[in-house]
Design a protein around this ligand. Structure first.
Ligand SMILES: [Zn+2]
Length: 292
């Protein structure tokens, strides 16, 4: 069976060997669990490339592999990191080129796209359109199959309120500026996001109104995706998927999408998993192998 290495690099690196849509053997994690390291924040781009190469070699033990797929947080084009809001030092870094000497075939893709491919592969949906929102510090939008374009869905404008400027990219009115963890901390300087959601449940009016906005923002960006790309299944993952009330989200979405051919979209929460992401990066590299 084809052996491919899948890697995800965001605030940390995870890597594993993938065979037949399954991770074989242990998953490598950098920095190792329990380490006091800050992960990749502030690590120079070339050094990140080197760390990725080392994780891949630890996974393969030096044996040859058919391809390497790397999901990376940011806008990726032709193997180059054009922008990475959370790892800004990597802007312009040609990661695919930096690894091209060490491995035969390397594909670098957006981390949320890798996640979408992983969900497609592990849910038997490799022939369907799969979209995923990754809810963490930022908000990622992944699409499988990968399509030409930028697809920065986390920065879809969901409000015209000029005061809504909490997005890390600096843009006004963005989805991530409402839904992203870092943005919620900027909005509620006196409360952590977990407290905001707990207080909303306990009846606090300000928190409850924000939780309504939070769901409507996610529904609005999903509605935009449906109006551009059609109805379908939307998966929600990442650490903050735990805040999602799927029922409320479906009601909000229903209000926002009324044309009959666009009805019938659904949300599903998928537990955050390094393995699904690794499988997705590997499957994408495998599928790209024939067109590289
Ligand atoms: Zn933004």
């Amino acid at each position: 069976m084809t052996k491919i290495v899948g890697v995800m690099a965001s605030e940390r690196i995870v890597a594993g060997l993938v065979e037949g849509n399954q991770v074989m053997g242990p998953v490598r994690v950098y920095p190792e669990p329990g380490s006091s390291s800050e992960g990749l924040y502030g690590v120079p781009a070339e050094e990140i490339g080197e760390l990725v190469r080392r994780q891949i070699e630890l996974v393969t033990g030096g044996a040859a592999v058919e391809a390497v797929g790397i999901g990376f947080a940011g806008i990726i084009r032709d193997g180059r990191i054009e922008e990475s809001p959370n790892l800004q030092q990597t802007k312009g870094f040609y990661l695919q080129g930096a690894l091209g000497n060490a491995f035969q075939r390397v594909l670098v893709l957006n981390d949320a796209d890798a996640m979408a491919a992983g969900i497609a592969a592990t849910h038997g949906k490799l022939e369907s359109l799969v979209r995923v929102w990754t809810l963490g510090d930022g908000v990622g939008y992944g699409r499988y199959p990968q399509a030409e374009g930028v697809w920065e869905g986390g920065h879809i404008v969901v409000t015209l309120d000029p005061k809504d400027k909490f997005c890390g990219c600096g843009g006004v009115g963005h989805l991530e500026g409402i839904v992203g963890h870092a943005a919620m901390r900027r909005r509620f300087l006196d409360m952590e996001p977990d407290e905001v959601f707990a207080e909303a449940k306990a009846g606090d009016a300000r928190c409850a109104s924000f939780v309504r906005l939070w769901h409507r923002a996610l529904a609005a960006a999903t509605a935009t995706s449906i109006h551009l790309d059609g109805a379908g299944k939307f998966y929600l993952t990442g650490p903050n998927a735990r805040f999602v009330d799927v029922e409320r989200l479906n009601v909000d979405l229903h209000d926002m999408v009324r044309m009959s051919p666009l009805q019938g979209s659904l949300f599903e929460v998928v537990p955050t998993s390094d393995e699904i992401a690794i499988i997705g990066a590997a499957v994408s590299a495998d599928r790209a192998r024939f067109s590289l």
